[in-house]
Design a protein around this ligand. Structure first.
Ligand code: SF4
Ligand code: SF4
Length: 394
């Protein structure tokens, strides 16, 4: 004898599954149409890598990024952020635009800005697209959703969700690499209360025995495969750190003035990178290998104007000019003395201190003279130290 109500229930469950399967497929199609080349879905389970992440924090590898410590408990379970969450939609957006001229790239009087910051602020571009995707999901599913949208700085272990959603593997350089497209991707995600069908993609690609990124890192910041000591990483030092760059690292920074792409540039998987079609990520005029001497002369107004709506504004003028002063010091080029001498009188002690270091690296009579003159009137103790060390080093 049939248990009729159970048959009805079973067919209802089946229909429900079919519905969510179809909805998931539609969502991925729409996400791709919106420009997310990588898209996948995973369940909103607590992340398995949380203990490893806590150990990373405990070792101090996050440096002064205190917000990462504050996010720890939220990162333990996405339900603490959105109690009704069922699924995570992970997306990746290509920011691989053009290749800069390699000869100009090694010109020590030109600075390198990390590829992700050549164009407009990706947070705004991606958040707008994700919100649009949510609206379309609500339209297709004919219901309002509970959701949260995060673009790379949210309290979620986004790389684990991206990996689980089938976007790629977590590589030795700590980036997520997709086996077909490489790693020049911004990651972002939507936490949503719909039980979507998770992707079950066989993992493909791996770092294997390759260690190119670890060997290429100029500051040995990749302390173990997939473990980064941010305190040594040029991306952290030039963007997140708000104070002095440790003196012992400065000479390893070359002409990198905002971020660093070296561990992605050397990765063989990025030889497959295709160009991004997103207009907002195309390099703004002057962001590709800018002249360091012009940057060093920027007033606050010029900085605001030039980097309005750009990721570079995150370092603020004082942090950016600090980086430029270090790069000019590394150039060892006497033509930089004039702008660094002027920067010794900057209103920001951070800029004055690093300009002193830069002059110390370049050396010569003019540099020493400028350092001595400033030492007579300088009142900030940190800058006084920098001036004395710079004079001694010449
Ligand atoms: Fe090293 Fe640069 Fe990669 Fe940081 S971004 S780990 S400094 S190569
Ligand atoms: Fe992995 Fe080699 Fe790429 Fe590093 S350079 S991320 S080790 S494949």
């Amino acid at each position: 004898m049939y248990n009729f109500p159970n048959v009805i229930r079973a067919s209802g469950v089946f229909a429900n599954e079919m519905y969510h399967q179809k909805l998931s497929q539609k969502i991925k199609k729409v996400a791709q149409q919106l420009g997310f080349e990588l898209v996948g879905i995973t369940q909103a389970d607590p992340p398995k890598m949380i203990d490893r992440y806590q150990k990373w924090l405990d070792k101090g590898y996050a440096g002064k990024m205190d917000y990462l410590k504050r996010h720890l408990n939220l990162k333990r379970d996405p339900k603490t952020i959105l109690s009704e969450v069922k699924s995570v939609i992970s997306v990746g957006m290509n920011y691989h635009t053009i290749e800069p001229d390699s000869a100009r790239k090694i010109d020590p009087l030109r600075g390198q800005i990390s590829r992700y910051a050549w164009g407009d602020d990706y947070h705004d571009i991606i958040r707008t697209k994700l919100k649009k995707l949510v609206k379309i999901i609500e339209k297709i599913s004919r219901k309002e959703t509970r959701n949260r949208v995060f673009v790379d700085s949210g309290p979620v272990l986004e790389r684990e969700y991206a990996k689980n959603a089938g976007l790629g593997w977590l590589a030795k350089n700590t980036n997520l690499i997709n086996w077909e497209k490489g790693s020049w991707y911004f990651l972002a995600e939507i936490l949503i209360d719909i039980p979507l069908q998770p992707d079950q993609i066989e993992p493909r690609g791996s770092c294997g025995t390759c260690t190119l990124c670890i060997e290429a890192c100029p500051t040995d910041a990749i302390v173990e495969p997939n473990i980064l000591d941010s305190r040594l990483c040029i991306s952290y030092l030039t963007i997140e750190l708000k104070e002095s760059i440790p003196r012992e690292i400065r000479s390893n920074m070359g002409n990198l003035i905002f971020g660093c792409d070296i561990c992605q540039e050397v990765c063989p998987w990025n030889s497959k990178a295709t160009p991004s079609s997103e207009k907002g990520f195309q390099p703004r005029k002057g962001n590709l290998l800018p002249k360091l001497t012009s940057l060093m002369n920027m007033t606050q107004e010029e900085f605001n104007r030039r980097f309005k709506g750009s990721p570079v504004k995150r370092s603020k003028r004082r942090g950016f000019l600090r980086n430029v002063a270090v790069a000019l010091g590394n150039s060892k080029d006497k033509s930089a003395v004039t702008v660094l001498r002027k920067a010794l009188n900057d209103s920001e002690p951070l800029v004055r201190g690093h300009a002193a270091w830069g002059l110390g690296q370049i050396g010569g009579d003019d540099a020493i003279q400028a350092l001595r003159v400033r030492l007579k009137i300088e009142e900030n103790p940190e800058v006084i130290d920098e001036l004395k060390i710079a004079i001694d080093s010449t």
